[in-house]
Write a new protein. Structure first.
Length: 306
């Protein structure tokens, strides 16, 4: 399973995911897979390591008192880092494995300011996003960073949204975000994300001194986390039930559904587990059902809705 998750992670960061975010999160949690990002062996080091965020799925599970935290949308695009040296744009990298990324300087130069007023070696991190009106917007954003044709890249409706600055000291995270806006970037706290894909909310300690004092695990900062959205079910029609034999020899029922789009996948089948599950939901051929994929490897029926 670890090999599969490594392959899935590599596919995601190359812009061609083979499973959904919900499926990956569910498998990663089940098999304690904590590697985040594709391991890059021929990449360029980030000026500062790009950490992932601890995920929680219920606000009651939040690891701290949220009174001192700043909330911002968790944009669903491609994370990148920008390096500025004495105010001049020096390079852009994909997130990669958080330590090394691939060079995308030529592309990012088309999306970000060429110069800023901050001196020294500065890293700005953020997300390249694509409007939700574009099919598979997240995949388009990530895949665009792999394009070789700059003219094709220019034609994509891409935007860079900044969410942090490293290499310069600010008292508060809100000061960091204000500095991003002052330097000509779209900052995550003021960005109009209504027409862009998101997959949760990021909470970060506002006091940067406290944030730095809390430190990091091997994978994520202790002063920030992501509250992931619980995906809502989609209503469709149960058209039939078939029985199939699994690898273990167990016979189980499978729902045949009127095909419906859930997230970025078309779903036409769902697990029904066993006959008691069917009876408990009072399912009948032709009834309307609510189907969900969030946190599940195989889509499943939540309930009957008529």
């Amino acid at each position: 399973m670890r090999n599969f998750l490594e392959k899935a992670s590599a596919s995601y960061y190359s812009g061609q995911p083979i499973i959904s975010d919900a499926e990956f999160d569910s498998l990663a949690k089940k098999y304690n897979f904590e590697d985040v990002g594709h391991q890059v062996t021929d990449g360029i080091p980030h000026l500062f390591k790009m950490y992932s965020l601890q995920k929680v799925f219920n606000i009651s599970e939040a690891p701290a008192n949220l009174r001192d935290y700043i909330a911002s949308p968790k944009l669903d695009g491609a994370a990148v880092s920008l390096t500025y040296v004495n105010g001049h744009f020096a390079g852009g990298l994909t997130r990669g494995d958080g330590n090394l990324g691939r060079d995308i300087t030529d592309k990012m130069a088309l999306l970000v300011p060429n110069t800023i007023s901050l001196l020294g070696e500065v890293q700005i991190t953020g997300e390249v996003v694509c409007p939700s009106s574009v099919t598979n917007a997240r995949n388009v954003a990530a895949g665009s960073l792999n394009l070789k044709d700059l003219e094709e890249f220019k034609a994509r409706p891409l935007t860079f949204v900044g969410y942090d600055i490293q290499g310069v000291e600010f008292n508060q995270y809100t000061d960091t975000l204000q500095a991003l806006a002052k330097e000509g970037f779209r900052a995550v706290d003021t960005f109009d994300y209504e027409y862009y894909p998101t997959d949760g909310t990021v909470y970060r300690v506002n006091c940067n001194k406290t944030f730095n004092k809390l430190g990091y695990t091997a994978h994520h900062p202790r002063g920030a986390f992501a509250l992931k959205e619980q995906k809502k079910g989609v209503v469709t029609v149960l058209e039939a039930v078939i029985w199939q034999v699994g690898k273990s020899g167990v016979v189980s029922p499978v729902a045949i559904l009127d095909p419906v789009l859930i997230g970025d996948a078309t779903v036409s089948r769902a697990t029904l587990h066993n006959i008691e599950y069917i009876r408990s939901l009072d399912l009948e051929i032709g009834c309307k059902v609510e189907v969900i994929r969030s946190g599940e490897i195989i889509p499943r029926i939540l309930c009957r809705v008529d």
